[in-house]
Each structure stands twice: as C-alpha cells, then as structure tokens.
Design a binder for this molecule. Structure first.
Ligand code: SAM
Length: 250
C-alpha cells in the first residue's frame, strides 16, 4: 500500500529520477510503497523561450527563479492532491536537517512537496505564498537544491515500513537514539593483518549486544563530543561509560 508520496519541483528531473529510481528506493517505488514524482518547473512557463529566471531587481550577480512558473507548478501538484500540501524549500538559509526531521516528516505527512532552487535562488514572494518550511543540509552553498532534495527524500523514504528489510535496519543506526552506530565487519575474518573482534564470532548474543553498545558510546564520545553531551545515558550505559573511562578511551 502506498504510504508516502514526495513531489519534487526541479529544473533537473532526469538527474533526480536517475538516483531515486535506483537501488532500495527504486525497489520501494516498484513495490508501490513510496512514490516520488518529479515535476519540471520549466513546463509551467508562460513565455515562448521557456525561461524560468530573470535578473534580480536592484542589480547584482546571477539570476533569480521567477515566482510564476514555480507557483503554477506548485498549484498543479496541490490540485492533483486535492489539498494544499506541506511545502519545503531547500535553502542554505533553512534550519539544518537532522534525523529527527526525517522522523517527523515521515510521521506527519503522507504527501509533501520539495522545491529545488537554482541560480541565486527563488523570488521571495513564492516563498511567502507557498513555503511552510525551509530546510538546509548544512552551512555551505551548493549550485542547486537537487542534492539536498535527494538527501531529504532518501532519508524519509527509508523510514517507511517495508522499504528496508526490517525496522532494526534504521533504529540501530547512527543518530536514531542520539548515538553513532558501533563498528561493522564482514568477511574475511582477517584482512591486511586486522582481525574481526573475537566477541562477534562467539555467537553469544548478550555479549555481542553489550560490546556493540559500548562501542557506540565510545565512538560517539570520541567522534562527536557535541552529541555525547546531549545524550542521556541509563544505568547500564553509565556502567559502560565508567568502563570506557577507566580504560582511558573516553
Ligand atoms: C546558489 S544557491 C542560492 C543561495 C542564495 N543566493 C543564498 O545566498 O542564500 C541555489 C540553490 O541551491 C540550493 N541550496 C544551496 N545550498 C543549499 C544547502 N546548503 N541546503 C539546501 N539547499 C541548498 C537552494 O535551493 C538554492 O536556492
């Protein structure tokens, strides 16, 4: 059953489709669990040249995406959905996206729109009229909103039941519960003189779970002290943290 539809407004539909129609998300679309629609903003221009951008008022570098084609594209998607859809504009001026936002979008919306800007961005009046939320993928500037849109769409789709083999696939992962994931190993047992930790070969599930939790705590402390500061350990975690500290690894 279709659980999530994402409508992406872009000037580069083929680029987005090439990524989203492949691999795990591509399979989920084939199975009818999620659907990603790519809308070509250029199809909504009213001028003969199919121009979607123009010079900025007040002068300055670059071009600005005009409000009219964006608005007509947006209205056509909302008309198809028979409702005003939640609309996200990808912009370096937005709030920086976190795993918590992926969870929230998956929980709160069955269908939403992502708008990709290009050039110097989009006419502010379109944002005022249609955008509910502005999201950034980090404090740097890209040439377009396509890579950010892919990141958001992928991270939300993989939380939809049935997209991944099992819920554990994402609830065990980095950022789900405020920690980074433990280290992973696969065959062979020894590679370039480096062995797989003994405990993972023991078949003792409780010991493996304990080792993995300790590693997750340790690497969060070491790699992301900012995350670790916000993490609220329970009694068992505190024991493991004490062990890590006494081993001089914290
Ligand atoms: C060159 S950027 C425009 C930047 C804009 N002139 C500014 O200074 O805020 C063109 C488009 O790329 C996208 N973009 C660039 N960096 C981004 C980021 N960090 N997160 C999300 N979208 C971004 C946005 O859609 C934006 O409209």
């Amino acid at each position: 059953m279709l659980a999530l539809t994402i409508d992406i407004m872009t000037l580069f539909t083929d680029t987005l489709a090439a990524v989203m129609n492949e691999s795990i998300i591509g399979k989920a679309q084939e199975n009818g669990i999620v659907k990603i629609n790519f809308h070509q903003i250029r199809d909504y221009t009213t001028n003969k040249q199919k121009q979607v951008d123009d010079y900025p008022y007040g002068g300055g570098m670059g071009m600005v995406m005009q409000a009219q084609p964006l608005y007509d594209c947006w209205r056509s998607i909302c008309a198809d959905a028979a409702e005003r859809l939640h609309t996200i504009y990808m912009t370096p001026q937005g709030r920086v996206f976190k795993q918590e936002d992926a969870k929230r979008l998956k929980r709160d919306y069955e269908r939403f729109i992502i708008v990709c800007g290009h050039y110097e961005g989009v006419d502010e009046r379109f944002i005022e009229e249609c955008v509910d939320e502005e999201i950034s993928i980090g404090d740097f500037v890209l040439t377009g909103g396509e890579l950010p849109a892919l990141a958001i769409a992928d991270s939300v789709c993989r939380l939809v039941p049935g997209v991944l083999a099992d819920e554990d696939c994402f609830t065990d992962e980095s950022h789900w519960n405020g920690l980074l994931e433990y280290p992973q190993y696969s065959r062979p047992l020894e590679w370039n003189g480096r062995k797989v930790p003994e405990v993972l070969l023991s078949g003792h599930h409780a010991n493996i779970a304990r080792w993995r939790r300790k590693q997750a705590l340790k690497r969060t402390m070491q790699k992301r002290p900012d995350m670790f500061e916000r993490f609220a350990p329970d009694k068992n975690d505190r024991k493991l943290i004490d062990e890590i500290m006494s081993e001089g690894e914290g």
